[in-house]
Design a protein around this ligand. Structure first.
Ligand code: ADP
Ligand code: MG
Length: 379
């Protein structure tokens, strides 16, 4: 394992008496693509600004390559930040934008040229050197901003939701390019997003945050396959989350039945959360399963159908390439490796049936709100 290039130790930050980070700890390894992922307001930008030196924590230490840098001003830290707004110099062309920092440092013009040409190639903009900034698309401007940041030879690049303003297709394209740039340069990237798909597809390590706290750190595959609590399970992809009882090793009870599973190490009869991904459930005839229900909703999603099955009032979400008609009476088959057992947490029970972010739930919530409004109006 490489050493930590950044270490945050027990960092506390408050705004107007409201604590945003409380005893926050994070180690980032040299050369990693790390993503801070979490809902809006969970403290991601605050973590980045603490690393960059724009926020002075009221407690805790920031280490860079094992040296404490609490008192080092931002411009002396060997890192650069890229924001959603690129802040390029509009009156300078692409070449001069990228060369700007090197010229301030009074580098030789021959050296400047060599670096700019290399960087233009790296960000796929060779041939654009003499374009004006206004003549570039959003994605191209973004790449100029990246080249300009890299020209300063930072050890770390901080990227705060840099792709947020781009449309979906361009965004996907830039995700691939950013990842390539990171791999080619070997520079540590600390990337912030609230988009779970973006985090999973780009990162070596994902840091899932909520309420100023780290909920889980791991590789994208670990985070997806082994969520630590109901928040992570719900935030990363769609999930069916049920109350369960871990009877003993490899035996869990939920939905009124006993299931064999792969989990162990809980004490006997421990209440747990059980997470089952929609793509891990298959349909069988009703008499072949304990879990019997009725299809209440079918949505075509391109690669698969998203099918809602009502089982005794609990709505399961299943993703399947097999079409099922609304009203169909059907059984659900769940194999041991599809069952993920998690300890109860503060988040237990806060997620209803399947994912809170699903369309059907949203519709239900809107209907409920409308009903409440009507009630109020009647009083
Ligand atoms: N300069 C500030 N003054 C007051 N409150 C702030 C300031 N910056 C952030 N906050 C608050 O701190 C919390 C975390 O913010 P932030 O780190 O920007 O979250 P994120 O980037 O995850 O959306 C939010 O509740 C936000 O309103
Ligand atoms: Mg932010």
């Amino acid at each position: 394992m490489t050493h930590s290039i950044i270490s945050l130790k027990n960092i506390s930050v408050s705004y107007d008496g409201e604590q945003v980070l409380k005893g926050f700890n994070l180690d980032i390894h040299d050369g990693e693509f790390v993503t801070l992922l979490g809902p809006s307001g969970c403290g991601k930008t605050t973590v980045l600004r603490t690393i960059a030196g724009f926020v002075t924590p009221e407690a805790g230490d920031v280490f860079f390559n094992e040296t404490k840098i609490n008192d080092l001003p931002p411009h002396k830290r060997e890192l650069n930040t890229i924001f959603q707004k690129y802040a390029l110099f509009p009156h300078l062309n692409v070449y001069d934008n990228i060369a700007f920092g090197m010229r301030i440092k009074r580098k030789k013009e021959s050296e400047v040229k060599k670096t700019v040409v290399e960087l233009l190639e790296l960000v796929n903009l060779s041939g654009y050197a003499h374009r004006g900034i206004a003549q570039l698309s959003g994605g191209q401007q973004q790449r100029v901003a990246i080249a300009r940041a890299l020209a300063n030879e930072p050890k770390i690049l901080l990227l705060d939701e840099p792709l947020g303003a781009l449309d979906l297709k361009l965004r996907k394209d830039m995700q691939v390019q950013l990842k390539e740039i990171q791999q080619q340069t070997g520079i540590t990237f600390i990337f912030v997003t609230h988009d779970q798909e973006e985090a999973l597809s780009m990162s070596d390590t994902v840091v899932v945050m909520d309420g100023g706290e780290i909920q889980q750190i791991g590789t994208p595959i670990d985070i997806y396959n082994e969520p630590k609590n109901a928040f992570v399970a719900d935030f990363i992809g769609e999930s069916n989350i049920l109350d369960g009882l871990m009877l003993e090793d490899f035996k869990v009870r939920f939905a009124g039945h006993l299931f064999p599973c792969l989990d162990k190490g809980f004490s006997k009869n421990t209440p747990v959360d059980v997470v089952i991904r929609p793509e891990d459930i298959t349909f069988v005839p009703q008499d072949a399963s304990h879990i019997k229900g009725e299809v209440t909703n079918v949505t075509f999603k391109g690669v698969h159908y998203e099918i809602i099955v009502d089982v005794d009032g609990f709505k399961w979400m299943i993703q399947s390439t097999a079409y099922q008609a609304i009203g169909e009476k059907i059984g659900l088959s769940i194999l041991p490796d599809a069952i993920h057992v998690m300890e109860k947490s503060d988040y237990s029970g806060t997620f209803g049936d399947y994912s809170t972010f699903s369309d059907e739930m949203e519709e239900d919530m809107i209907l409920e709100e409308e009903a409440e409004l009507e009630d109020e109006n009647e009083v």
